[in-house]
Design a binder for this molecule. Structure first.
Ligand code: ATP
Ligand code: ZN
Length: 293
């Protein structure tokens, strides 16, 4: 019998789509965003990609219209609060689209603590997440649901505060708002159904293996250098994740060796300067494409 395609829901366009496409393309999928395409089929792992709005992704997966999907953790959280009978789970964290859901208030206003939100109106596109926070903190505030331009609500006096996604804080600043409280930290996640068939689970794991190989490699570097043998301990202190470096003899030298090591954190100029200060030379820093553990 022919294998069914693994159906994967992605955001068609927006803050999640670019990162989703980039990550999947590094896993050998050849996806290209296009205005008119809502379905892309790929022979790679026999998959089909559904391109939809991010808000629809949890519902698609939950109702078996898609097998898995990439969403912001905040969107997933909002969905499961709204649908307590849901059947969803987070399969993997994907380490992009970092942002936070925060309550923000006018910078010159009289709301200074979360207790000051009592009796106030807060505009948001994430009413369930906000309600959950307010309940847990015994705050009695009115929630005004808006589907966009939430940051304008205090300016036009329809709300006293907002609860919205923040990444750099530039939008808040432009609108004379300050962050009062972070209520949820988010990144992109792969979601699936708890009761998926064993075949879907297995095939999802094949994809997760690829995704994680690329994610693990993202900040890692392969470093090659020459150094005195007796400086290797110092070197290990400088390079995080360098527990067991490969040490190779150098032809014609008794005390200098070549060291090859994978560093799991980025290697910055100041690290290179420190390596030089302990006598390292011929330093090469190479990107790693995939890393299987
Ligand atoms: P759609 O048309 O698909 O409904 P949208 O306008 O609702 O799109 P986006 O603004 O693209 O959604 O945000 C989608 C998700 O991306 C958010 O739910 C959040 O997880 C994440 N996100 C939002 N803003 C940022 C940001 N500035 N930086 C990184 N990630 C973000
Ligand atoms: Zn959306």
């Amino acid at each position: 019998m022919q294998q069914q395609r693994l159906r994967i829901a992605l955001q068609k366009s927006g803050k999640l789509s670019e990162g989703s496409f980039e990550l999947l393309n590094k896993c050998s999928f050849k996806l290209r965003a296009s205005k008119n395409h809502y379905l892309i089929q790929s022979n790679e792992l026999n998959t089909s990609f559904l391109l939809i709005r991010d808000d629809d992704i949890p519902g698609f997966v939950d109702s078996d219209a898609s097998d898995i999907g990439i969403v912001g953790e905040n969107g997933y959280f909002e969905y499961i609060l709204e649908n307590p009978q849901h059947n969803l789970e987070v399969v993997a964290k994907l380490k992009f689209a970092y942002c936070r859901l925060s309550i923000a208030v006018p910078q010159d206003g009289d709301i200074k603590t979360i207790a000051d939100l009592n009796g106030k109106t807060i505009a948001t596109s994430y009413p369930e997440s906000l309600r959950d926070f307010l309940n847990k903190n015994n705050i009695d505030a009115k929630i005004l649901v808006m589907h966009g331009s939430v940051e304008l609500a205090p300016k036009i006096a329809i709300a006293d505060a907002i609860c919205d996604l923040v990444s750099t804080g530039a939008t808040l600043k432009e609108n004379a708002l300050v962050e009062l409280k972070v209520i949820f930290e988010s990144e992109a996640v792969l979601i699936g159904r708890k009761n998926a068939s064993s075949e879907i689970r297995e095939r999802t794991q094949e994809l997760v293996f690829r995704l994680q190989s690329v994610i693990n490699a993202k900040d890692s570097k392969y470093i090659m250098l020459h150094i005195d043998k007796d400086q290797i301990e110092q070197l290990q202190k400088l390079l995080p994740g360098c527990e067991s470096p490969t040490v190779l003899p150098l032809h014609g030298s008794d005390n200098k060796v070549a060291v090859h090591v994978v560093s799991k954190e980025g290697v910055f100029w100041d690290t290179i300067a420190k390596l030089k200060s302990i006598g390292a030379s011929s330093i090469l820093v190479l990107p790693i494409e995939k890393m299987m553990e």
